[in-house]
Design a protein around this ligand. Structure first.
Ligand SMILES: *Cc1c(COP(=O)(O)O)cnc(C)c1O
Length: 435
């Protein structure tokens, strides 16, 4: 498979080059030259295949000869070695739980796949690669965990001091080995600015081989398709599901739409957004107007100009009516998000996290728009994070403490290790250059 830049001003590359580069030199996103078509028999008999077989079959055409088959099999197996259960909330809404991975959020899959690809592509390179990443909470943990112990790769994570939840902080700061956590006395934007400046800093680039673990990377984006295949394996109804995805940078939903374009049955997609409603507005007005991000309780979706939306447009050859036939979007307020957590807990004894709650409300709204159609518009939401990652909002909404899952209990016995830095770029640079 070859990849071209959506800005069309860069050379064509293969999967390995697209992964190592991240973004094309013309600042465009890489997109595959064609969308692979899966054999009909494969989709029809999906239930008969193992998760690993599905992973390899779906990913192989995208990888081409960038990875030998045994490597692809190993990377897929390591990436998806946890469960993706489709849990019934009520008659018409199911929850695809994507929080059973090591950092309790869906980004684990993309981060694990990408880190192992980078490790492989860098195997004959003597210089260590340094991954620099700023996080508002979720991404950093997934990236750190994904890269933990990967040979030849060092990871430096910048996170805003006091602004991530206790579980998130422990996930970032207790790993050790090749992972270093920098606790920045500032907010997420300060962390992001430091990272951006570092990438342009000639002194740093002369000393280190820097790379980003950005969510636009093809090796993080494409494996997210697998969720939708695993959901379909568990889908019991004859009619194809309506799929509702809590969306920020639109990478996850875009992967789902790639799965659909390659043959997976999906009736309709809903992009569930918080107050950051650029895409919601676009689908209503055909006017795309990026905005400053607004802070919300579903903070992993606080994105004012979603990078991956251009990829979704490309799937539909930039046709607006083809796109709106398949994709709707709903913007959900913080107040409604909290009320939804309360209601779903009370009515169905199911605890949503704020991101899942945005999706639940959006799907329910969609189903209610068409009277009496509830049972023919059944579908599932992607529950993208465990509620324990957002204890303040969730515990207030359900009126009790959330039980800490066994998978993370051990974290509370670990020692936090971070390096405290001011938000001044020069302090960061001095630390990095003298490391
Ligand atoms: C990153 C994230 C999202 C948004 O995913 P995108 O692919 O950026 O649209 C939603 N929920 C959670 C919990 C996340 O961490």
């Amino acid at each position: 498979m070859k990849y071209y830049s959506l800005n069309k001003q860069s050379p064509i590359v293969n999967f390995a080059e697209a992964t190592v580069k991240g973004q094309a030199p013309d600042k465009g996103l890489y997109f595959p030259e064609s969308i692979p078509q899966l054999p009909k028999g494969f989709i029809e008999n999906l239930k008969q295949y193992s998760k690993e077989e599905i992973g390899v079959t779906v990913m192989q055409p995208y990888i081409g000869d960038s990875l030998p088959n045994v490597e692809l099999q190993r990377i897929v197996a390591e990436t998806i070695n946890f469960n993706f259960p489709l849990v019934k909330i009520n008659e018409s809404i199911y929850s695809l739980e994507l929080f059973h991975g090591p950092t309790l959020a869906f980004k684990d899959v993309g981060a694990r796949f990408m880190s192992r690809c980078l490790g492989y592509f860098n195997r004959n390179n003597n210089q260590k690669v340094t991954v620099l990443v700023a996080t508002s909470g979720d991404t950093g943990g997934a990236v750190a965990n994904g890269f933990l112990g990967v040979e030849g790769v060092e990871v430096i994570i910048l996170y805003p001091s006091g602004k991530v939840s206790p579980v998130q902080e422990l996930q970032l700061t207790t790993l050790g080995q090749n992972i270093t956590a920098l606790e920045v006395q500032g907010n997420f934007d300060d962390c992001q600015d430091i990272v951006k400046q570092a990438f342009m800093d000639a002194d740093i680039n002369a000393k280190l081989s820097l790379t980003s673990a950005n969510s636009i990377n093809v090796a993080r984006w494409l494996p997210q398709q697998l969720y939708y295949f695993y959901a379909h394996q568990q889908w019991q109804q004859n009619e194809a599901p309506v799929v509702c995805v809590p969306s920020g940078n639109f990478g996850n939903i875009c992967a789902g739409m790639m799965a659909f374009a390659s043959g997976l049955p999906v009736k309709h997609f809903i992009a569930a957004c918080n107050a950051n409603d650029v895409v919601t507005n676009y689908l209503q007005t055909e006017q795309y107007q990026p905005k400053q991000a607004i802070a919300t309780v579903s903070n992993a979706m606080d994105v004012g100009n979603p990078s991956n939306f251009v990829r979704i447009q490309q799937i539909f050859n930039n046709g607006f009516s083809a796109l709106t036939n398949k994709l709707s979007s709903v913007s959900v307020s913080d107040e409604t998000t909290k009320k939804t957590i309360t209601k779903v807990y009370k009515d169905y004894n199911y605890t949503l996290d704020p991101h899942g709650a945005v999706a639940y409300n959006a799907l329910e709204n969609y189903q209610n728009q068409i009277p009496n159609s509830k049972f023919t518009n059944s579908g599932y939401i992607l529950e993208t994070a465990h509620p324990v990652k957002f204890p303040d909002v969730v515990e207030e909404a359900i009126g009790k403490k959330i039980e800490v899952p066994d998978e993370v209990k051990y974290l509370f016995d670990q020692q936090k290790q971070s390096i405290l830095l001011s938000s001044n770029y020069n302090d960061f640079k001095e630390w990095l250059m003298n490391k």
